[in-house]
Design a protein around this ligand. Structure first.
Ligand code: SF4
Length: 98
């Protein structure tokens, strides 16, 4: 990884951009950057206005503080990213706190 990548800014869902928290291709390998080569534009993510995943993953609140937890949002119908995968904080709460 050290041969091809260097630390770079990354935009984390629910958190925002954290300097040097991601990995980017070194300039000498820029010709392999699919985003540039294919002209891919990554737009801003769409998040449900009531989802508090950002606060959950920052540890500022727990999933049960979200009014949609286990109501409109559950693993079979995730509203936010924390409920999508089994590793998500809200999904783990849903599975093990019931
Ligand atoms: S994933 Fe669902 S339960 Fe978790 S914060 Fe977002 S909307 Fe609330």
């Amino acid at each position: 990884m050290d041969k091809y990548l260097i630390p770079g800014d990354a935009d984390w869902r629910g958190i925002g951009v954290i300097p040097d928290s991601g990995l980017v291709l070194k300039k000498e390998f820029a010709m392999f950057d699919a985003q540039d080569r294919l002209g891919v534009t990554i737009g801003a993510g769409r998040e449900h206005p009531g989802c508090i995943c950002g606060e959950v993953i920052k540890g500022k609140c727990t999933p049960v503080d979200c009014p949609m937890f286990a109501k409109g949002c559950h693993p079979d119908h995730p509203i936010g990213p924390c409920m999508v995968s089994a590793e998500g904080t809200c999904a783990a709460y849903f599975k093990y706190s019931r």
